[in-house]
Design a protein around this ligand. Structure first.
Ligand code: TXA
Ligand code: MG
Length: 314
């Protein structure tokens, strides 16, 4: 019999059990406002290594470390005035900051993939917050899906991909934001957009009063940003205004299809529905066409994920 993955409720008993499993070095998937994360104690090398095994991740890409608050983040990273501005503006929330590691940080090398920096995030989701406070330590967590597949926005998605491979999933319903966090790195004082996500780049630029650099114009990059990612089984065709034979069309606004990300053209609603609808269309089988999505605000994160879903596989 395969090992059992427990589905825990986000009540006192479930949260206590989830924190205990993390302490024991086991893997626990948990909800954040972006997507479900696959968590392990970021200080235990064997626990972090088990994340890669469970996901079938081909290489050791750096993982995001989740903490309960700014004070805890400062234990692991060197702080800067720019980090302070962004933490004040967007934490807790769907923002990850890549910062220089602090001496004596105690994180496993597998979390940072040997880099001198660490990606830190303070999630806003109440169950994630409650778990991080109970566990009282840093939790490394990539999205809780098999490598290269669509990210999970419900506990059912997590179980569909990882049942029997992880100790438990903390189930607290669907994720509100629906795309992963925005990742910001720093080139000296200048902020670099490493991945678009739940915080629109325009909002970050407004908070900083400065433009974001593109990764290729800076000396840092986001390793592990593989071009084919978030992939459904069938082929994906973008900017479709009409459906072709055999395809399922994922609509947006007036371009309607089998499913519609947001009939009213609301990008936040579309982001929240994106992975759920890709999972549903994937289950129906066959190629997927996707209506054009405006390229501003959260639309940039949506288009990034769709471009990866449509990228050639090898
Ligand atoms: O919303 C999210 O960010 C979700 C939830 C669970 O928090 N997590 C997530 O993790 O999307 P993941 O593993 O799918 O993406 C993490 C990415 C890495 O692929 C890498 O590009 C970047 O974060 N990253 C992490 N640490 C980094 C570092 N030290 N330097 C550069 N990039 C880093
Ligand atoms: Mg991922």
């Amino acid at each position: 019999m395969p090992p059992q993955t427990d589905r825990l409720s986000a009540d006192t008993e479930g949260l206590d059990r989830a924190a205990e499993l993390l302490r024991l070095g086991a893997l626990v998937a948990f909800p954040t406002e972006t997507v479900y994360g696959l968590g392990a104690d970021a200080r235990q090398g064997a626990a972090v290594a088990a994340i890669y095994t469970a996901k079938g991740r081909p290489a050791f890409n750096p993982l995001i470390v989740h903490v309960a608050d700014v004070a805890t983040a400062q234990r692991y990273a060197q702080w800067s005035p720019q980090a302070e501005i962004l933490a004040q503006a967007f934490w807790p929330g769907p923002l990850t900051m890549v910062l220089p590691l602090r001496e004596g940080h105690g994180l496993s090398d597998l979390v940072t993939a040997g880099l001198q920096t660490v990606g830190l995030r303070v999630p806003a989701h109440p169950a994630a917050q409650a778990l991080l406070r109970r566990f009282d330590g840093p939790v490394a967590a990539p999205s809780a899906n098999p490598s290269g597949r669509i990210s999970p926005t419900t506990a059912d998605h997590v179980l569909a991909g990882l049942d029997g491979r992880i100790a438990a999933v903390l189930d607290d319903g669907p994720c509100a934001v629906g795309v992963e966090s925005t990742i910001i790195g720093f080139d000296g004082p200048q902020a670099v957009l490493l991945r678009t996500g739940g915080v629109p780049p325009e909002a970050i630029e407004a908070a900083l009063g400065a433009s974001l650099l593109a990764p290729d114009s800076a000396t840092i990059t986001a390793p592990g940003q593989l071009s084919s990612h978030y992939a459904p089984r069938g082929a994906v065709r973008l900017n479709a205004t009409q459906v072709r034979a055999g395809e399922h069309l994922l609509g947006f606004g007036p371009v309607d299809g089998t499913l519609n990300l947001s009939l009213s053209g609301d990008l936040a609603e579309a982001a929240a529905n994106l992975f759920k609808y890709l999972h549903l269309l994937d289950a129906m089988g066959g190629p997927i066409a996707v209506a054009p999505i405006p390229h501003h605000g959260l639309g940039r994160a949506i288009n990034d994920r769709l471009t990866r879903a449509a990228a050639p596989r090898d």
